[in-house]
Design a protein around this ligand. Structure first.
Ligand SMILES: Cc1cc2nc3c(=O)[nH]c(=O)nc-3n(C[C@H](O)[C@H](O)[C@H](O)COP(=O)(O)OP(=O)(O)OC[C@H]3O[C@@H](n4cnc5c(N)ncnc54)[C@H](O)[C@@H]3O)c2cc1C
Length: 74
Protein backbone atom coordinates (compact mmCIF):
# COMPACT_ATOMS: atom_id res chain seq x y z
CA UNK A 1 0.00 0.00 0.00
CA UNK A 2 2.92 2.36 0.72
CA UNK A 3 4.53 1.42 -2.65
CA UNK A 4 7.83 0.81 -0.89
CA UNK A 5 7.91 4.37 0.53
CA UNK A 6 8.57 5.21 4.16
CA UNK A 7 5.17 6.21 5.54
CA UNK A 8 6.15 6.94 9.16
CA UNK A 9 5.22 10.64 8.97
CA UNK A 10 1.76 9.95 7.47
CA UNK A 11 1.10 7.11 9.90
CA UNK A 12 2.08 9.28 12.89
CA UNK A 13 -0.15 12.09 11.62
CA UNK A 14 -3.04 9.67 11.15
CA UNK A 15 -2.58 8.25 14.66
CA UNK A 16 -2.56 11.72 16.24
CA UNK A 17 -5.58 12.82 14.23
CA UNK A 18 -7.52 9.67 15.18
CA UNK A 19 -6.64 10.26 18.86
CA UNK A 20 -7.76 13.89 18.63
CA UNK A 21 -11.11 12.87 17.15
CA UNK A 22 -11.53 10.10 19.71
CA UNK A 23 -10.75 12.56 22.54
CA UNK A 24 -13.38 14.93 21.24
CA UNK A 25 -16.02 12.26 20.71
CA UNK A 26 -15.64 10.67 24.15
CA UNK A 27 -15.46 14.12 25.84
CA UNK A 28 -18.68 15.18 24.13
CA UNK A 29 -20.33 11.83 24.93
CA UNK A 30 -19.74 12.37 28.67
CA UNK A 31 -20.90 15.98 28.39
CA UNK A 32 -24.12 15.00 26.60
CA UNK A 33 -24.90 12.42 29.29
CA UNK A 34 -24.30 14.97 32.05
CA UNK A 35 -23.88 13.47 35.54
CA UNK A 36 -24.69 9.98 34.26
CA UNK A 37 -21.71 10.21 31.90
CA UNK A 38 -19.44 10.54 34.95
CA UNK A 39 -20.80 7.47 36.76
CA UNK A 40 -19.11 4.08 36.61
CA UNK A 41 -22.48 2.36 36.12
CA UNK A 42 -22.69 3.87 32.63
CA UNK A 43 -20.66 2.64 29.64
CA UNK A 44 -19.86 6.16 28.52
CA UNK A 45 -17.62 6.68 31.57
CA UNK A 46 -15.63 3.57 30.63
CA UNK A 47 -15.31 4.71 27.01
CA UNK A 48 -14.01 8.11 28.15
CA UNK A 49 -11.46 6.49 30.48
CA UNK A 50 -10.35 3.81 27.99
CA UNK A 51 -9.90 6.47 25.33
CA UNK A 52 -6.98 7.97 27.28
CA UNK A 53 -4.74 4.99 26.49
CA UNK A 54 -4.98 5.70 22.74
CA UNK A 55 -2.81 8.82 23.13
CA UNK A 56 -0.33 6.97 25.38
CA UNK A 57 0.05 3.35 24.25
CA UNK A 58 1.74 2.59 20.95
CA UNK A 59 3.52 5.96 21.06
CA UNK A 60 2.39 9.07 22.93
CA UNK A 61 1.04 12.09 21.11
CA UNK A 62 4.15 14.09 22.07
CA UNK A 63 6.50 11.46 20.65
CA UNK A 64 4.39 11.24 17.46
CA UNK A 65 4.79 15.02 17.08
CA UNK A 66 8.52 14.71 17.63
CA UNK A 67 8.75 12.02 14.93
CA UNK A 68 6.70 14.13 12.48
CA UNK A 69 8.81 17.24 13.18
CA UNK A 70 12.09 15.40 12.69
CA UNK A 71 10.97 13.99 9.32
CA UNK A 72 9.66 17.38 8.11
CA UNK A 73 12.89 19.11 9.16
CA UNK A 74 15.16 16.50 7.55
C1 LIG B 1 -2.74 -0.22 29.56
C2 LIG B 1 -1.37 -0.12 28.91
C3 LIG B 1 -1.00 -1.07 27.98
C4 LIG B 1 0.26 -1.02 27.38
N1 LIG B 1 0.58 -1.98 26.50
C5 LIG B 1 1.79 -1.98 25.92
C6 LIG B 1 2.19 -3.03 25.00
O1 LIG B 1 1.42 -3.93 24.72
N2 LIG B 1 3.42 -2.97 24.45
C7 LIG B 1 4.29 -1.96 24.75
O2 LIG B 1 5.41 -1.97 24.21
N3 LIG B 1 3.96 -0.99 25.62
C8 LIG B 1 2.74 -0.96 26.23
N4 LIG B 1 2.41 0.03 27.11
C9 LIG B 1 3.40 1.04 27.44
C10 LIG B 1 3.19 2.31 26.63
O3 LIG B 1 3.67 2.13 25.31
C11 LIG B 1 3.91 3.44 27.38
O4 LIG B 1 3.14 3.75 28.54
C12 LIG B 1 4.10 4.64 26.49
O5 LIG B 1 5.03 4.42 25.47
C13 LIG B 1 4.56 5.87 27.30
O6 LIG B 1 5.70 5.55 28.04
P1 LIG B 1 5.74 5.85 29.60
O7 LIG B 1 4.48 5.37 30.23
O8 LIG B 1 7.04 5.36 30.10
O9 LIG B 1 5.67 7.44 29.73
P2 LIG B 1 6.89 8.43 29.63
O10 LIG B 1 7.78 8.05 28.49
O11 LIG B 1 7.46 8.61 30.99
O12 LIG B 1 6.11 9.75 29.19
C14 LIG B 1 5.36 10.54 30.12
C15 LIG B 1 4.92 11.80 29.41
O13 LIG B 1 6.06 12.54 28.97
C16 LIG B 1 6.00 12.75 27.58
N5 LIG B 1 7.32 12.67 26.98
C17 LIG B 1 8.27 11.70 27.17
N6 LIG B 1 9.36 11.92 26.43
C18 LIG B 1 9.12 13.08 25.77
C19 LIG B 1 9.87 13.84 24.83
N7 LIG B 1 11.09 13.45 24.42
N8 LIG B 1 9.32 14.97 24.34
C20 LIG B 1 8.08 15.38 24.73
N9 LIG B 1 7.32 14.70 25.61
C21 LIG B 1 7.84 13.56 26.12
C22 LIG B 1 5.12 11.63 27.04
O14 LIG B 1 4.55 11.99 25.80
C23 LIG B 1 4.10 11.52 28.15
O15 LIG B 1 3.12 12.50 27.99
C24 LIG B 1 1.16 0.02 27.71
C25 LIG B 1 0.75 1.01 28.63
C26 LIG B 1 -0.48 0.94 29.24
C27 LIG B 1 -0.88 2.02 30.24
Amino acid sequence: MGAGKNQVKEISMAKNFACMVSDRVTYDAVQIHGGFGYMREYLVERLYRDNRILSIGGGTQEIMKEIISKIILQ
